[in-house]
Design a protein around this ligand. Structure first.
Ligand SMILES: Cc1cc2nc3c(=O)[nH]c(=O)nc-3n(C[C@H](O)[C@H](O)[C@H](O)COP(=O)(O)OP(=O)(O)OC[C@H]3O[C@@H](n4cnc5c(N)ncnc54)[C@H](O)[C@@H]3O)c2cc1C
Length: 391
């Protein structure tokens, strides 16, 4: 068994690490103190993304993306995940269902999104529809040569900087006809309802948007009428794996900082690391990261180069998200403990990591929903996907 990472993949990881150190991490305190970035910092960061060829790492080269496979994306996102403030979202990755665009949609949405000229946001969740998207009330009805969309979407990440939305709606209110519509933000009837504040500081906002009698052309359907759930599922799968990657980056940084702090901080005449209670916390952090990252790399490698099929990847992505996000949460909690009172100060990265990692157990499907997906796989096909070694 050869577990070595190929030199070109390592080179990519090192480039992502330098990019994080030089472009993202220096913006952390500005983002924390000002609850986002000023226009100049945001513009500089965007230029840096293009300069470093880190735009649209998840899309094909012919569409203006970087043509990287899932494993390579994991190596990159892991580095970006070390930065706080949700700064990982600066290097835009247009939602993967856009790869299903028609030639015309490709020109209007996908290509400019990959180039960074337009930005998308994915709008599924509603007041009454969270873990269960079949309860979505946003509807689309045909009216002559248009679709008319009505509904309200919550928590629309990066909706403040988006130019268009992927809106998950039910045609004629029928959940069997779940469909994704491409909706320009400047269309009449698209209204910002409010921009709530969240626990974390995030470089962008998660506003609530209303769609009130919004008329879009018949060509606004992404994929087919009724294919919405499958498209949204593709988005979930990719994002769940990327959450796995980013949380591993964040957890590793938390360990790194904790270890350095525990070596340097002296109490009772000894470095903290000399106390076994602290040493054991560090040991658990390291061992748990090792387990979760091994799983992440295996699933990512298998999906990119080992021929995992779509169904199996859906099942595996849930396990990755569950284990990596829960592990990172525990690691960050221990890091705060090791830092003592300093660990509770917002100016300390461990505090921000701890606060920000909380949402990774909630968005893109809560931990309970990931367990439901895993349970479903166990019932239908047994445990082989998790316990076997298909490589
Ligand atoms: C910061 C942030 C950004 C987000 N960004 C986006 C975005 O860009 N686009 C988007 O569409 N959505 C987004 N979301 C929404 C997110 O995906 C949902 O919040 C999440 O899926 C949970 O839905 P809910 O909040 O309605 O909770 P609910 O579904 O109401 O769940 C509440 C609790 O009940 C549990 N629960 C529900 N059903 C079951 C069950 N069957 N068995 C066991 N437990 C269950 C859940 O696990 C949870 O603990 C975002 C959320 C946040 C907080």
């Amino acid at each position: 068994m050869d577990l070595r990472i190929a030199p070109e993949d390592l080179e990519l990881r090192d480039r992502a690490r330098s990019f994080t150190e030089q472009v993202l991490s220096p913006l952390e305190l500005e983002c924390e103190e000002h609850d986002g970035l000023g226009a100049e910092s945001a513009a500089n960061a965007k230029r840096a993304v293009l300069h470093a060829d880190f735009n649209a790492i998840n899309h094909a080269k012919e569409d203006g993306g970087q043509g990287l496979d899932l494993f390579q994306q994991i190596l990159i996102e892991e580095q970006w995940g070390t930065a706080t403030g949700g700064l990982w979202d600066i290097p835009w990755r247009p939602s993967i269902p856009l790869a299903n665009a028609t030639p015309d949609q490709r020109v209007r949405y996908l290509l400019p999104a990959c180039r960074g000229e337009r930005r998308d946001a994915y709008a599924i969740t509603e007041e009454q529809a969270g873990s269960d998207p079949s309860m979505v009330r946003t509807s689309a009805r045909r009216d002559g040569d248009a679709w008319v969309i009505d509904g309200t979407k919550w928590h629309v990440t990066s909706g403040d900087v988006a130019d268009f939305f992927l809106v998950h709606a039910h045609v004629d209110g029928d959940p069997a006809k779940a469909t994704v519509f491409l909706v320009d933000k400047d269309l009449p009837g698209v209204r910002l309802v409010r921009t709530p504040k969240y626990t974390h500081r995030f470089v962008f906002e998660h506003p609530i948007f209303a769609f009130e009698g919004v008329r879009v052309g018949l060509d606004a359907v992404l994929g087919d009428v009724g294919a919405g759930y499958e498209l949204t599922k593709d988005w979930f799968v990719e994002e769940r794996i990327m959450i796995g990657a980013r949380t591993m980056g964040a957890a590793t940084r938390a360990l790194d900082l904790s270890l350095a702090f525990a070596k340097e901080r002296v109490q009772f005449g000894e470095s903290l690391v000399a106390f076994q209670a602290v040493e054991f916390m560090l040991a658990d952090m390291a061992a748990q990261i090792m387990a979760a990252r091994s799983m992440l790399y295996r699933v990512g490698w298998q999906a990119a180069r080992g021929g995992t099929d779509r169904k199996e990847l859906h099942a595996l992505a849930s396990a990755v998200k569950l284990v990596c996000s829960e592990t990172a949460g525990r690691v960050a909690d221990a890091a705060v403990q090791i830092y003592g009172g300093r660990g509770y100060m917002r100016e300390q990265p461990v505090e921000r990591l701890w606060r920000e990692l909380r949402v990774d157990r909630i968005w893109e499907g809560t931990s309970e929903i990931q367990r439901m997906v895993i349970g479903n796989e166990l019932r239908k096909r047994g445990h082989e996907a998790y316990t076997g070694w298909p490589l």
